[in-house]
Design a protein around this ligand. Structure first.
Ligand code: ATP
Ligand code: MG
Length: 138
């Protein structure tokens, strides 16, 4: 089995029950769960790969604007499977092209798109450690 990090972003926290039900019905195990609020500096660190892009300041402001819920998920092919459940990054466009995906259902825009998912193995391991620094999950 593979692990990935899912994050329920501030705009979707009130829908976490529904989202968790979908996660469990999709065959994921929730290894760890944590509600936290990141500072702007911590968000910059988490999204360091996007530093310098035009949307970076709004991304860090949005992600630090309220609580988020971090979920370490396990499943066969977890990284790709979770990204396909989330759907395309832009929630508005996703409503046209992938109306059943989670970002279409729970997000509003390209920035406020409800959910995050790691995009490869190295990122998943880094991001799980970032959100769960005090745990050992092997
Ligand atoms: P995530 O990393 O959140 O799972 P992703 O990998 O699909 O999403 P990235 O390109 O890594 O997308 O962008 C990270 C996040 O930055 C997006 O989820 C979205 O919130 C925001 N974002 C990306 N591109 C834009 C953009 N052009 N305008 C506004 N916000 C954006
Ligand atoms: Mg990404």
């Amino acid at each position: 089995v593979e692990r990935t990090l899912a994050v329920v972003k501030p705009d979707a926290v009130e829908k976490v029950k529904e989202i968790e039900d979908i996660i469990l019905r999709s065959g994921f195990t929730i290894l760890q769960k944590r509600t936290l609020q990141l500072s702007p500096a911590q968000c910059s660190d988490f999204y360091a790969e996007h530093y310098g892009k035009a949307f970076f300041p709004s991304l860090t402001a949005f992600m630090s604007s309220g609580p988020i819920i971090a979920l370490a998920l396990a499943r066969e092919n977890a990284i790709a499977y979770w990204r396909s459940l989330m759907g395309p990054v832009n929630s508005t466009k996703a409503r046209e092209s992938h109306p059943h995906c989670l970002r279409a259902r729970y997000g509003d825009s390209e920035l406020r798109n409800a959910l995050h998912g790691s995009d490869n193995f190295t990122a998943a391991e880094r991001e799980i450690k970032f959100m769960f620094p005090n745990s050992v999950i092997e």
